[in-house]
Design a protein around this ligand. Sequence first.
Ligand code: KG4
Length: 356
Amino acid sequence: MNAAAGSTAWLAIESSCDESAVALFDPANGLAGEWVSSQIALHAEYGGVVPELAVREHLVGLPLLLAQARGHSLWPHIARVAVTAGPGLAGCLTLGVSAARAAGLALGCPIVPVNHLRGHAWSVFIPVHAADPGTYDERLRPLLPHAGLLVSGGNTVLFVVHEDLRIECLGSTIDDAAGEALDKGAKLLGLGYPGGPLVERLAREGDPRAFDFPRALPGRGDLDFSFSGLKTSLRYRAAGLGESEARRRRPDLCASYQAAVLDVLERKTGFAVEMTGARSLGLSGGVANNLALRTRLEGLAARHGIPFLPALPRHTGDNAGMIAFAAWTEHRQTLAAGAEPESVQIHPSLPLDRRP
Ligand code: KG4
């Protein structure tokens, strides 16, 4: 490997689903540059992500973003290339890893494969890293153990970050993810894609008690989630109302449906905080944009007297900033970490508690 002596910067590449993203991270000063190219408008036409189209878009997007990053003053100081190796769509991951391999070979840097879910998990600590005064470790220590809720279009996971930085999964969805439940609910009601923000907008005008949707809430010790029954219930309720009445009552349906999703998320996150004796609570992933959810978890953290750490809006969706940060967080003690570019593989199904 022949990265320039004294180089410490990280280049990160993310392409696991429908966002191409590149970031530059300087351990001393934080994220120096972040570039994202979203494909949402393209996939909206089809009501969901079309893998074949996503791959083609990454093929166009990644080189453009890398060209922009190459103009940054930190580029000559890159010492590691971090890349999302999974979980995600196989074709999309392959393109990202190929781009990282090419960059690693050109820059003479090792590659650090990153678990996308751990990127989300660590994303809530990016502002802690950027804060003053003291070192990051001094600021981090009082926040551990940390309970985190990761809610996105593909995942719903409750986890704890232990004092030794180990991440343990406490529960996850056994069927649909929370974002998926909102997206599918929106589709059923004839709203657009992605449905989460549209449901949230209509919910503001409706009554969350208008319809009584089921909450899958087994005992306190069970931190897994299930949203498929809720989705089925919405289908029957809307069909029972008939098309024009269901359309007229969309705000009430959205408000009640969203409340059912958020009730379950809030209750189980509360159990996780109690079970782990958490000293901070995090919220990450695309559904973390939901203001009602943020408000609920902020209240939950306040009731437990612990800080609430929501991911910054630019780090809720898929982004490379969180990939760079996760790579540095997990490998900063072992600076020699990293694989030869040629040997990095993809891992389309990777649980939160495993590193690639
Ligand atoms: O993290 P992300 O990009 O998901 C994956 O790639 O898996 O987040 C996308 C998900 C979608 O399901 C979308 O509907 C949801 O996040 N989402 C929201 C909001 N904004 C995005 N859900 C509820 N309220 C929002 N404001």
